[in-house]
Write a protein that binds this ligand. Sequence first.
Ligand code: PMP
Length: 407
Amino acid sequence: MSFPIDKIRQLFPILHQEVHGKPLIYFDNAATTQKPKAVIDSLNGYYLHDNANIHRGAHALADRSTRYFEDTRVAVQHFINAKESAEIIFTKGTTESINLVAYTFGRKFINQGDEIIISTLEHHSNIVPWQLLCEEKGAILKVIPINDAGEILFEEFEKLLSPKTKLVSVVHASNALGTINPVERMIEAAHAVGAKVLLDGAQSTSHLEIDVQKLDCDFLALSAHKLYGPTGLGVLYGKREILESMPPFQGGGEMIKEVSFEKTTFNDIPFKFEAGTPNIGDVIAFKYALDFIREIGKPQIKEHEDGLLAYANELLLPIKGFIPVGTAAEKVSVLSFNIHGMHPFDVGVMLDARGIAVRTGHHCTQPLMKRLGLEGTVRASFAVYNSKSEIEQLAEGVARIARIKNK
Ligand code: PMP
């Protein structure tokens, strides 16, 4: 059966508009994906019919909201194949999920002289929290180098591992280049020296099948807004025994069992890490995004997106002045590039004039850009609703722009 692209596009009202008099072509999916109508309807429906605070209410609306909220937790559990829904913690996003681990696991288990390993490919949100922690604790941050294609050097990673390594925190798929890291092998090697592993799944979770039990990662961070869900919402997955061993993140309502002025006891996981009123409406709507992905099927989505990336490479690589950035063998559907003689931002503005939305700049990966000797790139990132004809228009736009400086 061919991929039902027209049917899928119908589910995204935002795609059917013009910008600068041209049909919108949305290729900024690594920054955030658009939302299917079911997600938008759920947000509306929640505030029209169900709005109530959860877990404590004795009335019908509170009961309903609590049930829907907890249904999403179970949907996330199934989405990443966690053992139990208690291992799913709702956060504001990948950034907060990583900070939560740094603040709680890090503060308790990482001490002076201990080592944390990240990679050159990391987003700032998987660099800065560890720098802050290392500074506070006198721990050491080590960085896995990459080759020019944007792939980590596995042997160098192995050399960095030692009994001093307490945590390996790596991106599963790079937002700047699309590189998919060999995380199965990395997790195995890290566990062999007794280190825990956190995967930054901000980019991988929308493209790849994720099975946290099979991967055996200790933590996984993701953002709902990159998965066709609402902004301001993310997830931290953690193995039960590790989450239970960690102190709470923030103090407040919901995360406690009993409070007295002398002593407070904490709630069980996941509530121990969810202080205060959560992002209820967005959590409830997120389930509809996960249903959308499940109904199409991750392997089908991956095949479609791989096809788009291959087609983009076929059309763009021959263009004079086109410089691909990040040519890893294993990639998600991210096409990073430059045009010889042009600043990435100018290319972005010229594509925007053609209705094509891309991202330009360092993509919150300044150390990676420095390693590649670049100020930034133009990034076109493809999602389930993008089509081959949109890729053709990108190629046509890039060819015209490149001709300005590459006659
Ligand atoms: N890691 C990666 C690889 C990302 O692409 C992003 C978002 N650009 C983040 C972390 C941070 O995600 P958020 O802004 O949703 O917290």
